[in-house]
Ligand binder design. Structure first.
Ligand code: GTP
Length: 511
């Protein structure tokens, strides 16, 4: 019995010990789990304030012990909030996805993006973005996107650098056209020449700006000179008119005083004749009459001599006045003629290109407007041609600016000589010329234009003992219904562009 009791006791003890081990293990597990839950809850911190509060309460409840009854309401609350949080995260993920997609598409539009960056971007947008599971997956995608953004930015910066280099030749050529159009004399001509050299030698926008300021200064100096000369002409005109006025007034005054003297002389002569008449009738003897008549006749003759002298003086005076007036008017006339001549010369010069002596762009615009009006009103056939010297920059670069200038002069002369009298050729600017072929349909213009091209090609240019072949590209179009001058010009320009693209030294037309 005792033995049975001991066995039972031992078993019970063993069971209690085993239970204790299990209890301890469980307690340890619960502790680990509760610590894990607390840590996990901490990792959610910052997502949502409400959730943070609940989790803090949950953690402090956990610290007091793992009493499920106590923890249950917190767990329910936290679960509810986590569900809400999940929905928020999904919406956020959708927004993030859209933003990344938009940003990526914008990036794809950037010019000059390196090929590998463009490929990586395409892959990112087409594949990687579709495999996103959580917001964390965005992290590597966003960092890739930042790298591509960086590359795009560099491409943009490089583009703006070359952008400046591209703008410069245009600026230089505009300035060159302006400088070429200025026809000044003496010192100003020399200054303009220096500026033109500066423009072709330029390697910075600053230098172009200096050239532009130089041109403006010369123009303003010349305007002021012109104004001074006009002013001095007006002053001298005014002086001459004033002198004329004085001269006429003094002649009139002189005539008035003479006329008073005439009056009194006439009256005295009249009186003497009357007197003579009376005394003749009253005379009683021939000898008395003779004496009387002799006396009166002498007095009359004196009066007549005085009158004649007066008349002579007046005639002389008038003649002198007329001579004086005549001289002044002639001098004024000659001044006026000189001034008119200068104005005409100025106008002529302002329509002439200084370097080639061909009509300039302003003259072309005027003529094109005139021909365009004829085309509109009479439907006349008009072919517009744009001519550009090929690789002209390399002539300047290789043989110098003066050689470039000379080339333009020779080409201009050859062009002028080769076109018909009724055609109008002008230097449009830089190495570009324009030609208006009146009464000429496009199909018929091709042959003479081909001839023109060959003429230029056959000119034996020689620089630094080297024979150089210089060619031109030609673009032509015919004015057609609905055209504006600009549309037609753009069409001719397009044809020229094609001629350049197809290898230069050719004639291309655009219908
Ligand atoms: N010597 C000289 N050069 C000029 C004059 N006007 C413009 N230029 C130069 O003409 C050159 C024109 O060069 P681009 O527009 O690059 O053309 P291009 O070298 O002729 O080449 P393509 O037209 O493409 O065949 C520029 O270098 C200008 O500086 C000028 O009056 N005299």
């Amino acid at each position: 019995m005792q033995q049975q009791h001991d066995v039972l006791n031992k078993k019970l003890k063993q069971a209690i010990d085993a239970r204790m081990v299990v209890e301890d293990a469980r307690k340890h597990q619960v502790e680990v789990l509760s610590q894990f839950a607390a840590k996990l809850s901490l990792s959610c911190k910052g997502l949502d304030m409400e959730l943070d509060n609940r989790l803090a309460k949950y953690r402090s409840a956990l610290k007091k012990g793992v009493d499920f009854n106590l923890l249950a309401p917190f767990i329910d609350d936290v679960l509810g909030l986590l569900k809400h949080q999940e929905a928020k995260q999904i919406a956020l993920q959708r927004d993030l996805n859209k933003s990344v997609l938009d940003a990526g598409k914008q990036l794809q539009k950037v010019k000059g993006l390196p090929d590998d960056a463009r490929r990586s971007l395409r892959n990112l947008l087409d594949r990687e973005l579709d495999n996103i599971q959580s917001n964390h997956d965005f992290v590597p995608i966003l960092s890739k996107l930042v790298v591509i953004y960086h590359q795009a930015l560099q491409a943009k910066l490089a583009e703006s650098d070359t952008g400046e280099a591209l703008i410069k030749p245009e600026l230089a050529s505009e300035l060159m056209t302006l400088a070429n159009g200025l026809l000044f004399e003496d010192e100003s001509a020399e200054q303009i020449k220096n500026i033109r050299n500066q423009i072709t030698r330029n390697d910075s926008v600053d230098e172009l700006l200096d050239a532009a300021i130089g041109i403006i200064t010369i123009i303003s100096q010349n305007i002021s000179k012109e104004r001074q000369s006009a002013q001095s002409f007006l002053i001298s005109l005014n002086q001459t008119i004033e002198d004329l006025h004085h001269s006429i007034v003094s002649t009139t005054k002189h005539s008035e005083s003479l006329s008073a003297e005439y009056d009194s002389l006439n009256k005295s002569i009249e009186r003497k004749i009357k007197n003579l008449n009376q005394q003749t009738q009253q005379a009683t003897s021939i000898s008395a009459l003779k004496e009387l008549v002799e006396e009166e006749l002498k007095s009359l003759s004196d009066d007549l001599i005085t009158k004649e002298k007066l008349e002579h003086a007046e005639r002389e005076n008038l003649l002198a006045s007329f001579k004086d007036i005549n001289n002044r008017v002639s001098s004024l006339e000659s001044k006026l003629t000189t001034y008119k001549q200068r104005l005409n010369e100025q106008r002529f010069k302002s329509l002439l290109d200084g370097l080639t002596k061909l009509p300039n762009r302003a003259a072309f615009d005027e003529r094109f407007e005139h021909e365009f009006q004829l085309f509109l009103s009479q439907g006349s056939e008009l072919t517009l041609v744009v001519i550009d010297v090929d690789h002209f920059k390399s002539i300047n670069d290789r043989y110098g600016h003066s050689a470039g200038d000379k080339t333009l002069q020779v080409i201009a002369k050859a062009l002028q000589k080769s076109v018909r009298k009724s055609d109008f050729i002008a230097r449009y600017g830089g190495e570009e010329f324009v030609l208006l072929m009146t009464g000429m349909p496009l199909e018929k213009a091709v042959a003479p234009l081909e001839k023109l091209r060959k003429t230029i090609q056959s000119i034996p240019f020689k620089f630094k003992d080297t024979q150089v072949e210089i060619t031109i590209s030609i673009g032509a179009t015919q004015l057609k219904k609905g055209d504006t001058q600009l549309i037609a010009f753009d069409r001719a320009d397009e044809a020229l562009y094609t001629a350049k693209n197809e290898g230069r030294n050719r004639v291309c037309i655009s219908k």
